[in-house]
Design a protein around this ligand. Structure first.
Ligand code: GAR
Length: 193
């Protein structure tokens, strides 16, 4: 059984979908812990599913490296086979990536390499594209630059707002993320740098 740690910053709707999938007896992975870089709303989903959680507040540390060291200490307690960034809005320090790579994956609301970074949905709208998408990637040292594991196009509508478009992208992300975790767990998908 693949053990998974999930890291979030926000509402955790994708986390919730993963928790639901992983609570099914046939699903080959289990979420063992949920972590956040702030007092994230989504931590409530972990509690609802009886999954332990921890917070390592980014703002309590002098720099990214010190934050990453504490995050690694917390993750190490659970020895996860896989770490899922599900809306973690922080770049992981290189030392943390090196420690766990390639077993860290990230879900992103754009069709990478298009529109990487913190505002994938906003940037796609600003660019005036007619389609964007969702991607699940392996995390490397760059910004959303790792190997792509799964992705799918989502059309942009004429009157789209950032919120409306993001809400249409998220269900696609959930489906891709759950499928990637399942395929990693069965060995069908082997993560590489
Ligand atoms: C998701 O769309 C995720 O891809 C995005 O944050 C959202 C979290 O939603 N992450 C990034 O943009 C990372 N660059 P959720 O908290 O409702 O699951």
């Amino acid at each position: 059984m693949l053990t998974v740690a999930v890291l979030i910053s926000g509402s955790g709707s994708n986390l919730r979908a993963l928790l639901e999938a992983a609570s099914h007896p046939d699903f080959p992975a289990r979420i063992v812990v949920v972590g956040a870089d702030r007092d994230a709303e989504g931590l409530a989903h972990a509690e609802a599913f009886g999954i332990p959680s921890f917070t390592v507040p980014f703002r309590s540390f002098d720099n990214r490296e010190a934050w990453g060291e504490e995050l690694a200490r917390q993750l190490d307690v659970w020895t996860p086979d896989l770490i899922v960034l599900s809306g973690l809005m922080r770049l992981l320090p290189a030392a943390l990536v090196a420690r766990y790579a390639p077993q860290i994956i990230n879900t992103h609301p754009a069709y990478l390499p298009e529109f990487p970074g913190a505002h994938g949905v906003r940037d796609a709208l600003a660019a005036g594209v007619t389609q964007t998408g969702a991607s699940v990637i392996v995390v490397d040292d760059g910004v959303d630059s790792g190997p792509i594991l799964a992705q799918e196009r989502v059309p942009v509508q004429e009157d789209d707002t950032e919120h409306a478009l993001h809400e249409r992208i998220k269900p696609v992300e959930r489906r891709l993320l759950i499928d990637v975790v399942r395929r990693v767990a069965t060995g069908e998908l082997v993560l590489t740098h």
